[in-house]
Each structure stands twice: as structure tokens, then as C-alpha cells.
Design a protein around this ligand. Structure first.
Ligand code: GDP
Ligand code: IMO
Ligand code: MG
Length: 425
């Protein structure tokens, strides 16, 4: 048992990249198991800021990095990211890509955009990277897997089967793409990726059998989970620890710790319900102080108070063993801070997220108010150095979410991280 999972426990962008990079220093391998280049993980390495969309954040620690079968991989975007890292002097030769992950082709991006347009004002606000349409093909059993993609003959054969089916559904595709045009461009990408492709599930089993330390890097956040998030305003995978087994090809007993990554407040990008959302100057202030603008799409993130109902839902789904509380520094300077401890629906207090958007939109957050702190905390290196009101805020969050805070973060840099309990692989 040597697997640790880093899990986004809100609506994404909680700081998973920073925590993964931090914990990767102790790991032998770092694995992504869900999503694709809809993710944007920020890492500050050597004083420079990097944004990774596909390649696991462990790439900076010199270990093996694995892209698991649960991912959907855009070959063009992958090779661009490899180049981006190489140009910065980062070695990418230790990347392994699963032979079973599904390949995002240009028509998936087009379908993503068409679907969003067709939905009108009910659109999901996707990243338009073709994520949903690629998972649709996977589950319709017409998708093209990496193992097929890197076999030139098989790729062409599969493309000839699948593309016409897509054209039947979306005739507009034919104006831009043909089997030949896609094949000619993408077969070159396939050649470049081929040496990295293998059965990553088998490789991981070997590592874990040998008690090597494996860190699983979640993408997105639990509230974007296809089953337990704010459906249909979700992504098309299982971002939580619940997604590790299917997305990395290992069994549940290998997971020793699941660390939930949360912000000291809440953000969401894209459409969908957000019970604690702020529409006033407090929300604007959090957005500006936290630089809350999307890594992938540059969209302004919606902001709101901390929501214990959301984090409890994530804790249940992922059996969280600890919490890493991020962006605590952003909350310095508020007179008071609100925490949502429950929702009120039809006069009753509830502690779980309703299953329908209609009900989530009707809930009223039940807040408690705590005194804020004024001090700059960006240089703090221990819990004791934090202002007492900040300490109380952390302790109250722990009580409400039934999980200990094992790390907190007071700035984007690696050294602005305080570990309260060592995370053991
Ligand atoms: P991810 O998708 O979960 O990896 O998160 P993102 O990278 O999309 O967004 C988190 C942002 O917060 C990034 O710009 C990080 O550099 C930044 N960040 C992480 N931790 C902290 C922190 O403790 N304080 C501040 N001020 N910024 C942080
Ligand atoms: P990281 O890993 C925040 C959101 C999109 C949209 C919904 C569906 O950086 O936390 P999709 O393109 O996946 O079909 O979009 O999910 N979304 C994210 N929001 N952070 C992410 O990733 C996200 N990945 C997808 O904004 O609302
Ligand atoms: Mg992000």
C-alpha cells in the first residue's frame, strides 16, 4: 500500500498542481487518472510559473510520470506541452502514456462547441477542449484508444468507421474535416507519441507491489463529478479518489491516503449552481486578491464563501484522510468571514447536496460568521505563527468537515507551504 491521492474537493482550481508538485518530491511516480487538457494546474518552480494541462505536475521532480487510461488525450496539445516543457529545460523523457486512454480528435472539439451553442443559455460553459464528446465516444464504444492510434493502419481503419457516424449526427463536421485530412495530420503526432505508450496499469501494479511511492494527481474537482457533482453542470469523468481505480487501472486497497485540496473560500468557473456565490464587492475583492482567472480559458472565476456541505460531499466520495487548505493568505484583511455549515431547503436544514440543479438553486446557505484577521500571513511557517482568528477559522473548518487539516498554504511558492502532519506513502 503506497498510493496517495491528491483530490480537488470543490469545483476545481483548488491548488492541486502546487500540492502535487510539493508531495512529488517524496514520490517515485506521479499519475494522472482523469480528464484531459481541460485541467490547468499551476506550479511555481525555480521562481518561474508553469501551467500544465495534461502532463502530471510531478514532471518537475524528476520522477516517472504516468498518464492513465481514464484520461482523454489530445495528441496535438500533448506534444505542444512537451515542447513547452523542453523549451524551459525540463526533461520529459520519463512520461508514459496509457495504451487504453482515449484520443481527442479535432471533431470532438468541434462537437463540444456545437453542443454548447445548441444549448443556448443552458450551456455548461465547458472548456471546449472536446472532453465530453470524447468520453461519449468511449462509452458508446466507438472511441479511438491510444493503442489503436499509434498503429497507423488501425488508426485509419478506426477513423473510417467512427468519423462518418459523427458526421451523421453533426453534418457541419464535413465542412471542416475529412478522414484523410485528420489522418494525414494526426499520424505524425502518433509517431511522436508511440515510444511513450505502454500498459500503464501493469507498470503501476509493479511499482505498488514493490512498495514504491505513487502519487495520484486529481484533475478538476469533486463537484464536477459526473455522478455526484452538480449534474449536468459537471465534467464527464470522476475527478475524486473514486476515479483512481478505473482511471489508473489499480485496485482500491492500494490507496493509503486521500488528501482533499480546498481553498479557504470557494470558486467555480463555467455555468451551474453555486450556493455560496458572492455577487458583491467582497466577491470581487477575493477574485482580485486570489488572481481568480482561469488557467485554461482565462475566464473570471466566480467566487464565494467556504461551503462545508460541498467539502463534506467530497470527503464522503473520496474517503478523505486529510485536507490541504490553500490560498489562506487571500482572506487576510476582512472584518468578518462567513462559513456555510448547512443548507436550508423548504424550511429544513440539510447537510448533503441535493441531486437536482432545481433544488441546489433553491437552497439557502446557513452561515456562521467569524472574526477575520488583518495580518499579512504570506511568510508564516507554522500554525502557531498564524493570527489567532485565522487559527480559529482553520479549527472550525476541520470541525464542520470532519477531517483534519494536514497542510496549509499561504502563497503560490513551494516554500509557502506548512505541513502539520507528515503525509506517509
Ligand atoms: P489547480 O487546477 O487545482 O492546480 O489550481 P490552479 O492552478 O488552476 O489555480 C490555483 C492558483 O492559486 C494558481 O495560480 C496557484 O499558483 C495559486 N496558489 C496556490 N496556492 C496558493 C496560496 O496558498 N496562495 C495564493 N495566493 N495562491 C496560491
Ligand atoms: P482543474 O484541474 C475548473 C469545468 C468547466 C465547465 C465544466 C465542464 O484546473 O481544476 P469540460 O470542458 O470539462 O467539459 O467542462 O467543468 N472544468 C473546470 N473548472 N478547473 C478545472 O480543472 C476544470 N475542468 C473542467 O469550466 O464548467
Ligand atoms: Mg486549474
Amino acid at each position: 500500500m503506497a498510493g496517495v491521492v491528491v483530490v480537488g474537493s470543490m469545483w476545481g482550481d483548488e491548488g492541486k498542481g502546487k500540492v502535487t508538485d510539493y508531495l512529488a518530491q517524496k514520490a517515485d511516480a506521479v499519475v494522472r487518472y482523469a480528464g484531459g487538457n481541460n485541467a490547468g494546474h499551476t506550479i511555481v518552480y525555480d521562481g518561474k510559473k508553469f501551467a500544465l494541462k495534461l502532463i502530471p505536475s510531478g514532471i518537475f521532480s524528476g520522477h516517472e510520470v504516468i498518464m492513465g487510461n481514464g484520461m482523454v488525450v489530445n495528441p496535438k496539445a500533448f506534444l505542444e506541452e512537451v515542447r513547452y516543457l523542453n523549451d524551459a529545460g525540463i526533461d520529459t523523457s520519463r512520461i508514459k502514456v496509457s495504451d487504453r486512454c482515449h484520443v481527442i480528435l479535432p471533431y470532438h472539439l468541434e462537437i463540444d462547441a456545437i453542443q454548447e451553442k445548441r444549448k443556448g443559455d443552458k450551456n455548461i460553459g465547458t472548456t471546449k477542449k472536446g472532453i465530453g464528446p470524447t468520453y461519449v465516444d468511449k462509452y458508446s464504444r466507438i472511441g479511438i484508444r491510444m493503442g489503436e492510434f499509434i498503429d497507423e493502419e488501425l488508426f485509419l481503419e478506426r477513423l473510417k468507421e467512427t468519423f462518418p457516424m459523427k458526421v451523421m449526427e453533426y453534418p457541419e463536421l464535413e465542412e471542416k474535416y475529412s478522414v484523410e485530412s485528420i489522418f494525414e495530420e494526426y499520424k505524425e503526432y502518433a509517431k511522436a507519441i508511440k515510444p511513450l505508450v505502454c500498459d500503464t496499469g501493469m507498470l503501476l501494479d509493479e511499482y505498488l507491489q514493490q512498495d514504491r511511492k505513487v502519487l495520484f494527481e486529481g484533475a478538476q474537482g469533486a463537484m464536477l463529478d459526473i455522478d455526484y457533482g452538480t449534474y449536468p453542470f459537471v465534467t464527464s469523468s470522476h475527478p475524486g479518489a473514486n476515479g483512481v481505480c478505473e482511471g489508473a487501472g489499480i485496485g482500491p486497497l492500494y490507496i493509503k491516503e486521500a488528501i482533499g485540496i480546498i481553498k479557504a473560500y470557494t470558486t467555480r468557473v463555467g455555468s451551474g449552481p453555486f450556493p455560496t456565490e458572492l455577487f458583491d464587492e467582497v466577491g470581487d475583492l477575493i477574485r482580485e486578491r486570489g488572481h481568480e482567472y482561469g488557467t485554461v480559458t482565462q475566464r473570471a472565476r466566480r467566487t464565494g464563501w467556504f461551503d462545508a456541505v460541498v467539502v463534506n460531499q467530497s470527503r464522503r466520495m473520496s474517503s478523505l484522510t486529510g485536507i490541504s487548505l490553500m490560498l489562506l493568505d487571500v482572506l487576510s484583511g476582512f472584518e468578518t468571514i462567513k462559513i456555510c455549515k448547512a443548507y436550508r431547503l423548504d424550511g429544513k436544514e440539510i447537510y448533503g447536496l441535493p441531486s437536482t440543479v432545481k433544488d441546489i438553486e433553491r437552497v439557502e446557505p446557513v452561515y456562521e460568521e467569524m472574526p477575520g484577521w488583518q495580518e499579512d500571513i504570506t511568510h508564516v511557517q507554522s500554525f502557531e505563527e498564524l493570527p489567532v482568528h485565522c487559527q480559529n477559522y482553520i479549527r472550525r473548518i476541520e470541525e464542520l468537515i470532519h477531517c483534519p487539516v494536514v497542510m496549509f498554504s499561504v502563497g503560490p511558492d513551494r516554500n509557502q507551504t506548512v505541513v502539520l502532519k507528515d503525509i506517509q506513502f
